[in-house]
Design a protein around this ligand. Structure first.
Ligand SMILES: [Fe+2]
Ligand SMILES: [Fe+2]
Length: 385
């Protein structure tokens, strides 16, 4: 592998596992699956000549590619986990791999697809087990029943959100069904008593900030809403509303969102428009709960109505907007940004307590902070890669 190739191979595995996530979310015939599959095909063909074969060994949670270890990331780990759960510990592929052959690989990575009796070897794609110690111990012995970690599952949902929203900036419609699935998975994760503080994601890449932040705000708001006894369709709508609260930021130029340093006055004026842009976009999207439109519009208004957009005196914000605002500020302060360091959960909690009754709803701030304080394991400082 030359210097650039490990990153390209990582991208190849990312495309495959994201396509597989879309198979689970929609179906193998969904356009997102073909789009990601075509990108993966194009990439692998640029990496390998038609007749060149590369061996991919799966050892522990690592990929050994053509004899060299590939640096691991969440996508490569998911690739390894998914194939090992199918009993596959070795595969080889040729640059001439066809679209149907690549789709077979994607289907093997999908969690909710029935596993075939055994993966079908074909001219350009072959599978095998390399663990000789298990030979003769029965078919089940070749399975590695290590489920993906909770954070891997949640990471998968964040990737789905990124895919679902990828067309929003181009004025394409969101998939509300996809969003409902994400909320159902988040609720499942919280049902397994996942500590909401540990469930929220560290910031990995600046350009992924919006999706990371949105999923964090969603998880915190869902945990908070359940603590208040909310359930059923209202709870699900609150989840979607929190997930989409910043959708208007997709209409901002990326260099404004990622700007290292404070925004200029002109940029700040554009940023202040994102609640209105988001609400307008959601208003024109079929199937979006009304609560999501309200929350996108109100999430920067503040309890004392000193925020934006300007509200007339006596404006009554929805409970969901108040909860989203609290989680929004909590997550934003805990994350390192280009212009300031991340703060620990204790310091952020103190700042929220100081804002209670002025910028933040007092009762909801108390219940949110109780939830944070009761999280049994102290929150780790966000990663700052
Ligand atoms: Fe916002
Ligand atoms: Fe936000």
């Amino acid at each position: 592998m030359n210097k650039k190739q490990p990153a390209a191979w990582q991208d190849f595995f990312r495309l495959l596992v994201t396509a597989a996530a879309n198979v689970d979310l929609y179906s193998p015939h969904h356009p997102q699956v073909s789009r990601l599959g075509s990108k993966a095909l194009e990439l692998v063909r640029s990496l390998l000549d038609a007749q060149t074969r590369i061996d991919i060994l799966l050892i522990d949670q690592n990929i050994i590619l053509g004899g060299s270890p590939l640096p691991s990331n969440l996508h490569t780990i998911r690739f390894v986990d998914a194939l090992k759960n199918r009993g596959i510990e070795h595969l080889s592929l040729r640059g001439a791999i066809s679209e149907p052959e690549l789709l077979q690989l994607i289907l093997l990575l999908a969690k909710r697809q029935e596993p075939p009796q055994s993966p079908q070897n074909s001219a350009n794609l072959r599978f095998g087990s390399i663990d000789m110690s298990r030979v003769g111990q029965g078919a089940s012995a070749t399975r590695v029943s290590r489920p993906p970690t909770e954070n891997n599952l949640l990471q998968c949902e964040r990737d789905r959100l990124a895919e679902i929203c990828s067309g929003a900036g181009k004025k394409r419609s969101l998939s509300v069904i996809g969003l409902k699935e994400i909320i159902a998975h988040f609720l499942q994760a919280l049902d397994q008593e996942l500590n909401p503080l540990l469930a929220i994601f560290p910031l990995h890449q600046q350009d992924q900030y919006s999706f990371t932040h949105s999923t964090n705000v969603c998880l915190l708001t869902l945990a908070h809403a359940r603590r208040l006894g909310l359930e059923g369709p209202l709870l699900h709508d609150i989840g979607i509303a929190a997930l989409l609260h910043d959708i208007g930021k997709l209409f901002l130029p990326v260099d404004i969102i990622n700007k290292p340093g404070k925004p200029s006055e002109e940029e700040w004026q554009m940023i202040r428009l994102h609640p209105v842009r988001g609400a307008e976009y959601l208003l024109s999207t079929p199937g979006v709960p009304q609560l999501a439109i309200v929350t996108a519009y109100e999430h920067h208004m503040k309890y004392d109505l000193t925020g934006y957009p300007a509200a007339r005196k006596g404006w009554q914000q929805h409970l969901c907007s108040h909860m989203t605002t609290i989680a929004d500020i909590f997550d934003a302060l805990r994350t390192k940004r280009a212009y300031r360091e991340a703060m620990d959960a204790g310091r952020v909690s103190k700042m929220l307590a100081d804002l209670s009754g002025s910028e933040l709803h007092p009762d909801l701030t108390v219940s949110f902070l109780q939830m944070i304080n009761e999280a049994t394991i102290p929150a780790a400082a966000p990663e700052t890669t």
